[in-house]
Structures are given as structure tokens and as C-alpha cells.
Design a protein around this ligand. Sequence first.
Ligand SMILES: Cc1cc2nc3c(=O)[nH]c(=O)nc-3n(C[C@H](O)[C@H](O)[C@H](O)COP(=O)(O)OP(=O)(O)OC[C@H]3O[C@@H](n4cnc5c(N)ncnc54)[C@H](O)[C@@H]3O)c2cc1C
Length: 485
Amino acid sequence: MDELNIAPLFPETGASSAREMYASLDGRFKGDLLRPGEWGYEDVRSVWNGMVSRSPRLIARCADVADVQLAVKMASATGILTAIRCGGHSLAGFSTCDGLVIDLSRMREVALDSDNRRARISGGCLLGSIDSATQQAGLVFPSGVVSHTGASGLILGGGTGWLTRRFGLSCDNVEGFTMVTADGSLVHCSESENPDLFWALRGGGGNFGVVTEFELRLHPLTSVVLGEGLVPEREIHRVLQFWREFMADAPFDLKWNIDLRLASQAKNVPVALRGRPVAGSSVLWTGDPEKGQPYIGHALSQCHPDSVRTRRMSFLELQTMADLSFPHGRRYYMKSGYFADFADSTIDCLVAATSEIPSPDTQIELAYLGAAAAQVPATETAFGDRSAPVIVNLLANWAEPALDAANISWVRQLFHKLRPAMKPGVYVNFMSADEQDRVPEAYHQRWERIVEVKSHYDPHNFFRLNQNIPPGTRGQTSFSDATDK
Ligand SMILES: Cc1cc2nc3c(=O)[nH]c(=O)nc-3n(C[C@H](O)[C@H](O)[C@H](O)COP(=O)(O)OP(=O)(O)OC[C@H]3O[C@@H](n4cnc5c(N)ncnc54)[C@H](O)[C@@H]3O)c2cc1C
């Protein structure tokens, strides 16, 4: 794998620091302290992306906030390389390392205040923990599309999903955070309290500290209508042009995602399409079902008629239907970018690349944001650009190490071709580990401000296993004209 250079390089992590850590935590730490070879260690060692394999010298699985404070304080003092883990779904593999892992998976409380449509969630929650608790009161929090994803990593980076057009990004629906800083102290932030930190945590990722509690705003919703269909290869270009025009004025209730991939060999796929390049359309309507029918019908009109189905489903079904498509332990690699003008030449490039996809589960994901997400001014949160409505994700997904080179090269080459037409900026949660040089681009005009907040809360860069914002680098990054294109 080394020649493909996808893993970040870290300094020697120190066996003696780990021993020191263990000794200082033992007897005071209420959660689990796991070392290599001990019972339970292997179960928690691995992370979602099978491309990333590390052997932490110590895993501190915290039972509560005091455990997090203790672990951070001790780790800061010893200087041991430390990863923070919620759901372990970082594509880049940032939630593990060969030093210390502070694991929050025992901290999954959701305290629901249904009268006020609010919830407080602990820092180890998965998206599924939130959905199942909030649906008991017919409420939703807008998050991501796979229920085994960690809420902390997703929200701190921004958070997009089925409800983004209707209710905004996940981070737009957070009203307060409680965070453990690098010296182990606890800080709270909201619109009125430590507003700079509140701004930075909405998009700035895990750079500032360990968030132990999020205060969420919820919305009423229990069911949706979903239409799905497959567009044959010869129609893909035309459908993408139509999607571009149609979504520009679409209602907030409509979310239309398109995946370019090779159709599976499954029985429900029309025989003529199996194994061929297709565009999979998923059209979601979150409002009054009757009002949505014309939109869904229109969007699916170019699909192969035998592939189309429309159904009403519960919100929980929607939120879990992709879970099996992205299992733990497979190999994943991704690059992503924004498009302001989704030009015909870009469409040509995507269509051509689809026929060269190296693995049946590898795909190009297209999402159209805009709507509620675009109504939040760019200066209000650290999250990147909201003005470019189209996000393109090149997501390679395969099982065999022998296919590493083919999948990674396919992503890199396609990205290289698309790059000149992209708008500067990238969503940090869709970045791989070999893209740290794109972090300033992700924050762009917000770079100076975010570096200042980082320098204040984490001046020694203790929290560095993330899309890292090095402290003290104000004024040191310039953006070239090429990047501004
Ligand atoms: C299958 C899958 C589906 C996805 N779907 C979506 C989607 O629909 N929408 C979307 O926006 N993104 C999606 N993502 C991307 C996802 O947002 C990121 O991978 C995110 O980082 C996952 O969060 P996590 O808590 O599981 O990750 P982890 O790997 O645990 O952590 C990710 C990063 O956050 C830091 N971190 C974790 N917990 C905390 C905390 N409590 N305090 C401070 N820092 C912390 C870690 O140190 C690390 O840097 C998906 C990813 C996967 C793998």
C-alpha cells in the first residue's frame, strides 16, 4: 500500500508514554482500558475503513465526561499521539493510530425534550441512536444516510443527508456544544457563549477538543415518499442535464440523488441493464405525498420502466436502507468537490469514467444541495461554501487488496480531470488522508478566523488526527488564482 501513499504518516508514538498513561489512569478511569492482547481489544481496534489498520498501544473507552477529561489531560501531559473516536467512520482513518485511542462508544445517551423539539446527545452516539430516540416523538434531526455513522464526526464536519434541503446541514441544527479542551477542562459554547468556538465547531471537525454533548434542534417528520429507478447508459447525459436544470428551482421538499455505477446482477434489475453503466436515481419527497407525485414522476420519467418503484416509507426505513451497502471492513477511498456550473463537459467526463469503473460497488455520487442549506450565510459557520449546489463524490468501494491500485487510480485520475472545473472548497468529511494540503481550501475565506480559534483552544495541536488546522498559521496560506477558479 505504501506506494499508493494514502495513509498519513505519524511520528513514533511511544511505548513508554502508553505505559505511563495506563499507570496514571488505572484505578481512576471508570470505563475500559484495553491493551494489545487483552480480551475485547480486537473488537474495538478496527475502524470502518478496511484500508486503515493500526494497533493502538492503549484504547481508553470512556464511561462518562470525567473519563474523557482524565484521558485527555493525561495524554496531553505525556505527549502520546491520540485519536478521538465516535463512530470510527472517518474515511481517512483519523479515529485510530498506533498511540492512544479515546473511544466514546459507551457514551450514547439521547435525552429528548419533545415538547420543545430539542435533544441532548452524548459524544459517542451513532446516527441510528438519535433517529430511534427522536422518532419515538415523531421528530427528526437532519443527519447522514447510513445509520452506523458516528454523529460527532458527521456533525462537526457539517453533515449532509436526505433532509439537508429541507432543514439545512446537521451543524445548522445544533444550538450548543460541551467540549473537553486539551488541558482537560470543560467548555460550553452557543450563539451567546464563546461564539467563536460555536462558529468553529460547526464545520471545523475535531480540531478543537472532544465534544461530549450536542444540543440539537429537531423537526416533525415520520414518513417520506421515495422513488427509485435506473437510467440506461445512453440516456445518462441527457438526464444529468435535466437534473441540473430541474433542481435549480426544485422545492425544498425534494431531494434527488444520482449515483453513476455499474448496475448489479440482482433479479430486480432489468436484464438489459445488468453489469452496464447506469445512473441510479433516488428521489425523495418529504412534504405532502400528493404534492410530491408530479415531481417524482417527472424525475423518474427517463428511467427504464421496469426499474422504477415509488413507495411511502417510514423515516427509520429511509435512514437504514443504505446500511448494508457500506459495511465495516471493506476497502474505501474517496475524493470530492463542488461544482457551481455543472457543465456539459463535466457531464461528459463523468459518463466516460462510469464505463471504466473498476469494481461493482465503486460509484460516483451526485448530490444537489441548495435550498435550506444555501440560506445560511457563508460567514455564519465554519462549514465550507454553500453557494455551489452540486457535490460530486468519487467513492471507491472494494474488498480485495489486489484491487487497491485499480480503484485508487481510477478515483485519482478522474479527480484530476474534473478538478479544473470544480469550485474551490471541499467538504472535510468527504476527504481522504492524502489530502491534508486541501484543508486550507476547505475553509478558504474562513481560514484566518478558524486558525485563530484553533490557536486559542489547542495551541499545541494535541487534536491533530483530523483534517488538521495547524495553530499559529494565520497569514501563512495564500489562495492562488487557480484555486479561486
Ligand atoms: C458509510 C458512511 C456514510 C456516510 N454518510 C455520510 C452522509 O450521509 N453525510 C455526511 O455528511 N457524511 C457522511 N459520511 C462521512 C462522515 O460524516 C465522516 O466519515 C465522519 O467523520 C464520521 O463520523 P464518525 O464519528 O463515525 O467518525 P470517527 O472516525 O469516529 O471520527 C471522525 C473525526 O471526528 C473526530 N471526532 C469524533 N468524535 C469526536 C468528538 N466527540 N469530538 C471531537 N472530535 C471527534 C475524530 O477525531 C476524527 O477526526 C459517511 C461516512 C461513511 C463511512
